[in-house]
Design a protein around this ligand. Structure first.
Ligand code: NAD
Length: 353
């Protein structure tokens, strides 16, 4: 298989994660990195990666077939538009954009140019989540009526030395809980309304440190979610799913789905049901389903290549990214206003022309 020429724009925390995966995966060639920050460029130079101060220079010099965009949220769509104008497929980090209007612009560009877009909600590439989705789709839980999700963890004080992490939009809803919301959207379909409450009672920053959400899905599922970056707790996906080596892995569960025929916990994929008649006096049986661990970021890159080569359709399209962003922003607004927020289905008329 020939090496697929990839470039990376933005070599910060997640950009370096992508770069490390690209370098160790033989089917990719890293042709260059665009990064304005000198220290980050130096990090690349130490790995013999050609670097450029901006993405137009990178694209002109290296002509990649695919680009990973790992820049701050507000720049995602502008940078993507420049790549797509050159016919280059893009893997855009989550959230797809900082506003729904920007995400809608991206959807329009994708439609107009036909250039493939993949949004980096990397958990969709986890075999655990894919198996869970299959279990739901096969009807093994019956109608899924409730979901319970915990995203509770502790971020050290030094994390907040960076000013934007103390300001609105820089908190655990848009940075962390958005991944859990995307998981539910992937498993259960579109969100139709959101209620929520946020607090910053402990850290006292402008941004929330804790929140709770109630999501109503078009399917009828009701989901209850909590998030906190200020609790000492093992109950979050990053700690128990084993996706990221920097977090010691905990043998606990963080996501629970309950349906009319059975229930499923994640990440262990234990499926609970009655072997015969459904009755609360009967013994339930527990089926333990196991899948192999995988590097979700490598899986995502392999899928991105297939999307760029038009062999696969994106597991998370620009529209999928829009749906998850809409629900996440609705939660922030619901908490701000105290009002339940509806989440209308996407229509082309929403598109800016
Ligand atoms: N999927 C995940 O697991 C995950 C994890 C962390 C962050 N993210 C997302 O990735 C994006 C980046 O987050 P981060 O934590 O790596 O941030 P970061 O601040 O560590 O890195 C961003 C980098 O982009 C560079 N940059 C800024 N503007 C640029 C431009 N126009 N061209 C090229 N480079 C530019 C900055 O100098 C910086 O080095 C965000 O959208 C974030 O939400 C995703």
């Amino acid at each position: 298989m020939h090496k697929f020429p990839l470039a990376v724009i933005g070599a910060g925390v997640i950009g370096q994660t992508h770069i490390e995966r690209i370098l160790k995966t033989p089917e990719f060639a890293l042709v260059g990195v665009a990064e304005p920050d000198e220290a980050a460029r130096q990090w690349c130079a130490e790995r013999n990666i050609p670097t450029f101060e901006n993405h137009p220079a990178l694209l002109e010099a290296t002509r990649p077939q695919g680009v990973v965009i790992a820049t701050p949220n507000a720049t995602h769509v502008e940078v993507a538009a420049d790549c797509m104008a050159r016919g280059i497929a893009v893997l855009i980090e989550k959230p797809v954009a900082d506003t729904l209007a920007a995400a809608e612009r991206l959807i329009q560009i994708a439609q107009d140019t036909g250039v493939p877009v993949l949004v980096g909600h990397h958990r969709r590439h986890n075999p655990i989540l894919q198996r869970a989705r299959q279990i739901v789709a096969d009807g093994r839980l019956g109608q899924v009526l409730s979901a319970n999700v915990m995203a509770n963890f502790y971020k050290p004080e030094a994390y907040f030395d960076v000013p934007w992490r103390r300001q609105a939009g820089g908190g655990p809803v848009l940075i962390n809980l958005i991944h859990d919301i995307d998981m539910l959207v992937y498993l259960l379909g579109e969100v139709r309304a959101v209620q929520g409450s946020l607090s910053s009672a402990v850290r006292g920053f402008e941004v929330e440190d804790t929140g709770a959400a109630l999501l109503e899905f078009a399917s009828g599922t009701q989901a209850v979610m909590t998030v906190s970056d200020t609790t000492v707790s093992p109950w979050c996906w990053d700690f128990c799913a084993g996706e990221q080596g920097q977090y010691p892995r905990q043998n606990v569960q963080s996501h629970f789905l309950s349906g009319t025929q059975g229930s499923l916990s994640l990440p262990d994929l234990d499926l609970w049901r009655y072997p015969g008649e459904r009755h609360w006096h009967r013994e339930m049986v527990r089926e333990q389903i196991r899948v192999h661990d995988t590097d979700v970021y490598v899986q995502q890159l392999r899928h991105f290549r297939a999307v760029a080569e038009r062999r696969e359709t994106p597991i998370c399209s620009a529209l999928d990214g829009w749906r998850t962003l809409q629900a996440t922003l609705a939660l922030l607004k619901a908490a701000r206003t105290g009002q339940r927020q509806t989440c209308p289905a996407f229509t082309a008329s929403r598109n800016p022309t």
